[in-house]
Write a protein that binds this ligand. Structure first.
Ligand code: FRU
Length: 484
């Protein structure tokens, strides 16, 4: 195995990683040790700790030949960096180690399954390790072109997500597309995790949701089966799907004996701007937790190229299915980080107000809105945050249309990329419940107890930390805010 490229990356991150001060990074969202980060990879629980790997190019804050960065945590919020786990360099992965997943083997070792890229060909490869160092499997690739059914792309074939069936069989889902670029998900199976056979096409896009489907994940949740994929080249559909790279959740039933997945419902995973390629884990206490790349290919030139890091992971989110929909809640461990509560109840106002103790860039804030005057519905509510004289990011709600909008146009960005997104939310009589988590460079808004989430990053200077409330009409509001 060619270890030189990995050693170079490890040496580089050791020296340069030190130069990034703690305050210059998000606090409890994982960011790359140095340089560039995209998709979460190998999200797993191994040897008593959570492991999160990530698509990584240590040398510059932009995408390059993909390595796997590595971090561990005991609560999914406080992360410790470990040395980079994978680097490109073999004949089958000389152009990059693309996304993949991890699982614990019965003999106590950890198995990584990833996509090797070489001369545009994509194949599925393995590496085995002890939670720190990994050795690429001598028989790589384990799934190559020969194991692709007819009419499947050899160049868009990536992101294996591995799991074990209740009968012990290993399975993996892999993103692929047909010769005309239409995404589908291939299912492979293996007795030992090393020798793989093609089973069937688990789900087909049929030109409904974008083109190629990346980064599949497939799991059982509250009696249903959920297929998460990240489609490229989406076309918009009212307020549910937006242009470009999106995230899609298909909910249905799956027969473990026949491997038939029957779709019943579809929805967006995150209704904000910056979220892509999520991956989930089953925690030892039985929770299904999802982390996504808190950026998007359509918005990733948001930071200036001089910065030492680019890319963040989202908050870990606990998933559930309620009323046929995917719900997401911030991981409950976050509640242990809450301090200095400030509450304001029944604040009835019109125009602009500030409230005592309500400001900050590392906060967890719950807001409940309702009309302040039962005779007359208010027209608009706006929350400005990460605000100073020059900058602000905002969240505004129009009750008559039930539209919630996030807008980071005034967050200091110098790029003409998407800065706003609107979502239709469920609201009756002007009532709305939101929980907003800020961690220096991001805002995640959980609407109606996790029925919808809107995520956006903002690289506004940290001094911009004021919060202002505005109502056109009369609004009555409850606030509960914690520092984190
Ligand atoms: C998704 C993705 C994956 C690929 C990786 C490359 O964001 O395009 O499909 O494996 O990023 O970095």
């Amino acid at each position: 195995m060619n270890v030189q490229i990995l050693c170079e990356a490890r040496n580089y991150e050791d020296t340069v990683g030190e130069k990034i001060k703690k305050e210059e990074r998000p606090d409890f969202h994982l960011s790359p040790r140095t340089g560039w980060m995209n998709d979460p990879n190998g999200f797993s629980f191994f040897d008593g700790r959570y492991h999160l790997f990530y698509q990584y190019y240590p040398y510059e804050p932009k995408w390059g030949p993909m390595h796997w960065g590595h971090a561990v945590s005991s609560d999914l919020l406080h992360w410790e960096y470990l040395p980079a786990a994978l680097a490109p360099g073999e004949v089958y992965d000389e152009d990059g180690c693309f996304s993949g997943s991890a699982i614990a083997l019965p003999d106590g070792r950890q198995l990584l399954m990833y996509t090797g890229v070489a001369k545009e060909m994509q194949t599925q490869c393995l590496a085995v390790g002890n939670g720190l160092d990994y050795v690429k499997y001598e028989k790589n690739p384990v799934i190559d072109q020969k194991k692709l059914p007819e009419g499947c792309s050899k160049t868009d074939f990536r992101d294996p997500k591995i799991w074990r069936k209740s009968n012990g069989e290993y399975c993996c889902v892999v993103g692929n597309c047909t010769s005309d670029g239409d995404g589908h998900i291939l299912l492979y199976a293996s007795k030992d995790g090393f020798q793989w056979e093609f089973k069937r096409v688990l789900a087909s896009n049929q030109n409904r949701f974008g083109k190629m489907w990346e980064c599949p994940d497939f799991f059982c949740l509250n009696g249903k089966w959920v297929l998460l994929v990240s489609p490229q080249d989406m076309l918009p559909k009212d307020f549910e799907y937006h242009n470009g790279n999106g995230t899609l959740c298909l909910i249905g039933d799956y027969d473990e004996n026949t491997d038939v997945f029957t779709e019943q419902a579809d929805q967006t995973v995150d209704y904000g701007i910056d979220f892509y390629a999520p991956q989930t884990i089953l925690t030892p206490d039985g929770r299904r937790v999802m982390i996504g790349w808190m950026q998007n290919w359509d918005t990733c030139n948001l930071r200036s190229p001089e910065e030492l890091w680019m890319g963040q992971m989202s908050l870990p989110r606990e998933l559930s299915i309620r009323n046929g929909r995917l719900y997401q809640q911030p991981i409950r461990e976050l509640e242990k980080m809450r301090k200095n509560p400030v509450t304001h109840k029944n604040v009835v106002f019109s125009g602009c107000i500030h409230l005592d103790g309500i400001s900050g860039r590392k906060i967890d804030m719950e807001l409940t809105l309702r009309p302040g005057n039962v005779q007359e519905m208010y027209h608009k509510f706006t929350l400005w945050f990460a605000q100073n004289e020059q900058y602000h990011t905002s969240l505004s709600f129009r009750p008559k249309e039930s539209i919630l909008k996030i807008d980071r146009k005034f967050s200091g960005s110098r790029r003409a990329i998407i800065h706003q997104r609107r979502s239709r939310v469920r609201s009756t009589n002007g009532e709305l419940k939101m929980r907003m988590i800020l961690d220096r460079f991001s805002a995640e808004i959980f609407v109606n107890d996790g029925e919808q989430v809107m995520t956006a990053t903002m690289y506004t200077e940290q001094e911009a930390e004021e919060i202002t409330f505005f109502a056109d009409g009369m609004v009555s509001m409850d606030i509960l805010k914690y520092e984190l």
